[in-house]
Design a protein around this ligand. Structure first.
Ligand code: NAD
Length: 358
């Protein structure tokens, strides 16, 4: 309290931020696939909620369902396996809410989840900038061969041979999927002075405003020097880039995938890289990434020969699903996830609820 007898702003703020949470709205939440950074961001966001957290490192799969026992809420990430079998098992052990701490939901069998009466929520947008900026990072890394330059200079080799790149200015860049991330990406690319082509099932006025021309996928592939994938993984987009579509690609073009591994047939990409049809490939995602990403395999022999072959190309750069990984994104993910859960606990409708028709 201040001297006037009125509560000070600081006192009021402290009352607001330290107000004890309503016990009936506190949920027991089992977190799967967690890393120290998840724990830090969720614990910080939980100051406003006071939920009970248990963090598990393993993924949620049929084999690990026992960990979810007696948790009304499970909080999962992109590589947890919410297939029909896992869903039936966690329905038996008392789980009611599946809180995805990501945007994509291709790992959840929504039809079965609906039938079993689960509420499934997600974080539809947490930082489209993070992913779009990472896609541009991959483009610059591949084009200017920054991975080679870094190693050369550290080795006191200041030779430029083999590092030749191209101006993005004046080139044609194709954006496949012009939603939140695709438009952010298009805005950055517009700053380079490139021509923008777009492909989507819907035309986005924000993308048209940037001067992008919507064209059929084949035309985009044939005309683009750089192709960046930003559409979700759905039955309609599974292996959107396969041997057939790679035949349409402008010879020597660059393909960048920061969306989902299943959009691309990796074996077909390898063939196209070998023949030179594809000049560069940058990926933050990989169809079989569950067995590899988010873990340290540096003292093991990786058994995935397709991945090993892909890694061996000098014109391929792979990052391990880190496009989302910025401070801002982690904060937004934690705050939105807990606010989704708070809506459900309070019986309010949650705008981020998924239904089987999504
Ligand atoms: P969004 O829903 O805002 O946009 C997706 C766009 O794809 C929409 O415009 C939609 O119309 C379009 N689309 C749907 N079906 C299509 C089809 N058959 N062909 C072409 N376009 C189609 O989603 P967003 O936030 O921009 O995210 C896009 C994707 O990025 C997500 O689905 C997710 O898979 C991926 N993602 C990756 C990371 C990462 O860390 N690498 C992080 C977040 C999201």
């Amino acid at each position: 309290m201040c001297g006037s007898g009125l509560p000070s702003d600081q006192f009021l703020r402290s009352r607001l931020t330290h107000r004890p949470p309503n016990r009936s709205l506190i949920m027991k939440i089992a977190f799967f696939s967690t890393k120290p950074y998840d724990q830090a961001s969720f614990q910080a966001a939980n100051a406003a909620h006071g939920h009970e957290f248990v963090f598990f490192e393993p993924r949620l799969t049929r084999k690990t369902v026992a960990l979810a026992e007696n948790f009304p809420v499970v909080c999962v990430f992109i590589n947890d396996e919410l297939n029909a079998e896992t869903l039936r098992a966690i329905a038996h052990t008392g789980t009611k809410v599946i809180a995805l701490r990501c945007a994509g939901f291709n790992n959840v069998d929504l039809k079965t989840a609906d039938e079993l009466g689960f509420t499934v929520v997600r974080v539809p947008a947490y930082s489209p900038y993070a992913v779009a900026e990472h896609a541009v990072g991959l483009i610059l890394t591949l084009n200017r061969k920054l991975y080679r330059a870094y190693n050369r200079v550290r080795d006191d080799n200041f030779e430029l041979n083999g590092l030749l790149g191209f101006d993005i200015h004046g080139k044609t860049v194709g954006v496949v999927g012009t939603g939140k991330i695709g438009v952010c990406f298009a805005k950055i690319i517009q700053g380079f002075g490139a021509k923008l082509l777009a492909y989507d099932v819907y035309e986005n006025p924000d993308c048209l405003e940037l001067g992008a021309a919507y064209v059929p996928l084949d035309a985009l592939l044939a005309q683009s020097d750089i192709i960046s994938l930003h559409c979700p993984l759905l039955p309609a987009t599974y292996h959107l880039i396969d041997a057939n579509s790679l035949h349409s690609v402008k010879p020597g073009a660059m393909l960048v995938n920061t969306s989902r591994g299943g959009l691309v047939d990796t074996r077909a990409v390898i063939d196209a890289l070998k023949s030179g049809q594809l000049g560069y490939f940058g990926a933050d995602v990989y169809e079989e990434e569950e067995a590899l990403f988010f873990q340290d395999h540096s003292d093991r022999i990786i058994q995935d020969e397709t991945f090993q072959l892909l890694q061996s190309f000098p014109n391929v750069v792979i990052t391990a699903h880190q496009a989302f990984f910025t401070r801002e994104a982690l904060t937004n993910i934690a705050e939105t996830t807990l606010s989704n859960i708070a809506d459900i606990a309070a019986g309010r409708s949650c705008p981020n609820t998924l239904k089987s028709q999504d």
